[in-house]
Ligand binder design. Structure first.
Ligand code: NG1
Ligand code: ZN
Length: 535
């Protein structure tokens, strides 16, 4: 503990204003980068403890603030199979980071070690990466100091997308086992995706050029690198990479990227041509939004709900063609922010079950893992498709009775390798969308006609104390303050196809109100009325 105290003195935390404390939230610790050095040091201590508590399995640490401004940063822990940190440990992270002195920090560290019967002579291993933010340098120095002080073996993978780090954690922990997830290197990630992409396409042609807006983040250089691995003799993939300047950190996520496109409902100002099939990544390349601008039809946006229903429909059909519909259960997981028209399309048209969970991908991921094929996306474009072991075994081991059945089984197996099984991944999801559009011979317009989004509005409401707003029913209803939900219900009742809810944000100091209704003006009006109730 002397070594921890000594190292901690070099990387102290900053005392927050009166009454405020650090909290491990939906995205780990995320705030202005200059508050994070000591926080990252302490996260390093916890990652080491977590590794030892799990018998020396490798734990990941990712340093990123995703779609947030360049001056922010964040730090989060990745569990051995590439999942988000277990919830009980989020509380431990919060406790450790809020220790007021170096001595109380060391005591807290010992207390956690005792609770999990940790043997300090046993091995611990942590791997880490960061996005392109310049503040990342200082934060990894603090992280490495914690790992050294605790005798933890570590690998610095330098600059990575968030999903690449998740891939590497899982690949490290499964290396040499029958569950091997791929080669333990960034190159291994590209090779796995490129190979699966070519096999999933099965000779189908990709229609025209795809423009990719990389939010001036890590996705730019990584996409360029990936493209080198595509087997040129088998696949023609014409990609135009834009907003890939990572040398000017101040333009990261600035008026571009998936979050900008989704929230502003418009294309990035620069570099996107009319009628080009375009998609946007966010700053750490785990969110994806497709769109096209068109002089007559205006702006067409294909968000997370669209990607989800596209994947569910295509994979559902393949499972049918593969003769596996009686064997494998396929389902879709959404949050309350999913457009009601998408939910209706999936349940009534695709006839698939939809489950709604609270916001935050860890909740969606957990529920999706209960299906053989679990499709989950947040409306903002973060999500993936999970395949159970039974599903992958069926794709591999079923003996096809016809060429069509063989094709379906081959494509399913390739998709289960193409789609990132650990977390939402913009690059992997984009390749999945391109494969599906190529098979269906669909343009973005074709994709957009599957259903019509209900007009909707999301508003951010500044409130005195957001913590008084408590929800039930997957955040669709307020249980507290008492009586408020009844007032919201009375308003919603007045609108055709009306739906609205309010909840405290998990990442910002505010409440969010979402409303949808039959027309744009009604959706706006309903949102305003509910916002007034909450305020
Ligand atoms: P909050 O701030 O709790 O609404 C936001 C997003 C989530 C999720 C998290 C984590 C909306 C409405 N909310 O959560 O979907 O992405 O950030 O980044 O988009
Ligand atoms: Zn992100």
């Amino acid at each position: 503990s002397d070594s921890i105290i000594a190292a901690s003195q070099k990387h102290p935390t900053v005392a927050l204003e009166h009454g405020q404390s650090y909290k491990y939230g939906t995205a780990g610790f995320r705030m202005k980068a200059d508050l994070l050095e000591g926080v990252t040091f302490r996260v390093g201590l916890l990652a080491s403890l977590r590794s030892r508590a799990l018998g020396g399995q490798t734990i990941g640490v990712m340093i990123t603030a995703s779609h947030n401004p360049a001056a922010d940063n964040g730090v989060k822990i990745v569990d051995p199979m590439g999942e988000m940190l277990e919830q009980d440990w989020e509380v431990l992270a919060t406790d450790l980071v809020n220790s007021t002195t170096h001595e109380s920090l060391a005591e807290e560290y010992e207390r956690i070690a005792k609770r999990f019967k940790i043997d300090f002579t046993s091995p611990a291993k942590v791997i880490y990466g960061r996005d392109t933010r310049p503040s990342g340098h200082k934060l990894v120095t603090a992280l490495a100091a914690a790992l050294t002080a605790t005798g933890t073996e570590y690998v610095d993978y330098k600059i990575l997308t968030t999903p690449q780090l998740h891939y590497l954690v899982r690949a490290t922990n499964t290396e040499g086992t029958p569950q091997s997830y791929g080669e333990v290197s960034e190159t291994g990630y590209y090779k796995k995706l490129a190979d699966a992409f070519a096999r999933a396409l099965k000779g189908r042609k990709i229609n025209g050029q795809l423009t990719v807006d990389c939010a001036n983040g890590v996705g730019g250089p990584k996409l360029a690198e990936f493209l080198k691995y595509i087997p040129q003799d088998k696949v023609k993939f014409d990609v135009k990479v834009v907003n890939d300047d990572v040398l000017r950190p101040e333009i990261l996520n600035l008026e571009c990227g998936a979050d900008y496109v989704k929230t502003k409902q418009r294309a990035p100002a620069v570099t996107v041509r009319h009628q080009a099939r375009t998609c946007s990544f966010d700053g750490d390349a785990d969110r994806l939004i497709y769109y096209q601008t068109d002089s007559d039809k205006g702006f067409i946006m294909l968000d997370g709900d669209r990607i989800s229903s596209l994947a569910a429909s295509f994979i559902g059909d393949l499972i049918q063609s593969a003769g596996l519909s009686d064997e494998l259960r396929i389902g879709v997981v959404q949050t309350a922010y999913a457009n009601g028209a998408s939910t209706n399309y999936i349940t009534s048209h695709l006839r698939l079950p939809v489950i709604c969970t609270p916001t935050g991908v860890k909740h969606l991921h957990h529920v999706a893992a209960g299906f053989d094929v679990g499709v989950y996306f947040e409306a903002n474009g973060h999500g993936t498709v999970l395949f159970s072991n039974a599903a992958v075994r069926a794709f591999r081991e079923t003996t096809p009775q016809s060429p069509a059945q063989k094709d379906a089984l081959d494509i399913l197996l390739a998709l289960s390798e193409l789609i990132n099984q650990t977390v939402g991944d913009a690059l992997s999801d984009m390749l999945m969308v391109e494969v599906i559009l190529a098979h269906k011979v669909w343009t973005l317009q074709d994709w957009a006609t599957t259903y019509t989004d209900l007009p909707n509005r999301l508003v951010r409401v500044e409130v005195k104390d957001k913590d008084i707003f408590k929800t039930t029913d997957a955040e669709r209803r307020l249980s507290h303050p008492e009586g408020v939900q009844e007032l919201i219900d009375q308003e919603v009742k007045k609108y055709k196809d009306g739906r609205a809810f309010a909840r405290a944000s998990g990442t910002e100091n505010a409440c969010r109100v979402y409303a949808e209704a039959a027309t744009r003006s009604e959706a706006n009006e309903l949102a305003d009325r509910v916002a007034r109730i909450v305020k």
